[in-house]
Design a protein around this ligand. Sequence first.
Ligand code: PMP
Length: 458
Amino acid sequence: MLDTPNSVEARDTRYHLHSYSNPRRLAETGPLVIERGEGIYVFDTAGRRYLEGVSALWYASLGFSEARLVEAAHRQMQKLPCYHSFGHKVTENAVDLAEMLIAMAPVPMSKVYFCGSGSEGNDTALKAVRYFNNALGRPAKKKVIARIRGYHGTTLATASLTGIPRNHTSFDLPIEGILHTDCPLYYRYGQPGESEGAFVDRIVGNLEAMILREGPETIAAFWAEPILGSGGVIVPPAGYYEKVQAVLRKYDILFVVDEVICGFGRLGQMFGSQAFGLAPDMIVVAKALSSGYQPIAALLVNEKVFAGLSAEAEKIGVFGHGFTYSAHPVPTAVAIETLKIYEERDIVGHVRSVSPRFQEGLRRFADNPFVGDVRGMGLIAGLELVQDKSTRANFPPEARAALELEMLCLDEGLVVRAIGDTVAISPPLIITDAQIDELLGCFERGLARFTNAMRARA
Ligand code: PMP
């Protein structure tokens, strides 16, 4: 109730700047105030129930009422509510969680560094890339290549890695030394008449040409999400990563894989790296590491990288890096419990068993005149809207078409997320077959209303 001066909505507008918002528009519409959660659903202050089709920010893998995670936090808060791992201090939780992550890593990894967010994890990895090459006496090998439409965070350095214009414009980004190569989305960037294989060869060729143009002795690392999430749920074509990794090996370039969305079962494998056969030197995880219940992320580094970091720290006297909340005992306790639940309930097996229903159900909407592409894997999907299916032309940005569909779905009781002209769906991993049917039903009704509105406007 915006017209009640002391309502949450009115005070929100008065005092609070939202992430990824347009403050003026938000002041007109008012916020949606979410009050509580139960299973895969959240409820607003009016008591309306929504199926959370994006797991909030792609993280609530176990839904919104997992009592064991609450108890794990509560137990730890009573025992020791805060401590750190600077210098030689540590809590057992940090050690346990590091051991668990090393044991489950998709490729052999050596050490875990804890952070509070995905941005901090990627930022730490970027600093590690520099430190590593200084250790090896290669001060020129510092440039990093990420991808157009990749998302790696929102700090100065990680927003620079991110390849999305709204994250750069007017923030004076990207910072120096970060380059962006092609986005592996065949539907949008494949040329007319070009096969998928030829598309892969062309964009991997462009990557190699970029490396040669800059000088391989200056290129330190390549950054990738297995499936690009916030750039519009982009599944790279078959063979793409194999060819990319061959180029990286050829020029001695570190491979950093951002598993912040794909990690912990989302794609029907424990890690996205396993789904695509990736052999990273560093891995960043966050989000589903604690099912989002506590802010925690981790950077895993292999022995090669760790040896470099350790040698450089020896030279300088200290690894001069540390966040106040790195290895905090409460988030680590919740993450440990989350990983135990994944194993006990075979979350990966569950995702594999329910995801065909989800993916096939969504592909039915490919017949819709305004749905150009349906893509995804496991329990993540994106539907790209087009104004004209034959030319694949998107809607004009001012039409905010995907946002309109997001709002119509919300009205049907389903949270989805508009990203440019793509609508992302990424439900909690605990979703059942019946709940997938419910999700598809809500989406179908939202899409039907969207279709009628667009037809009426045409
Ligand atoms: N990497 C990826 C792939 C992400 O999706 C995100 C967040 N959406 C981040 C990094 C940044 O994480 P955070 O917002 O926790 O800093």
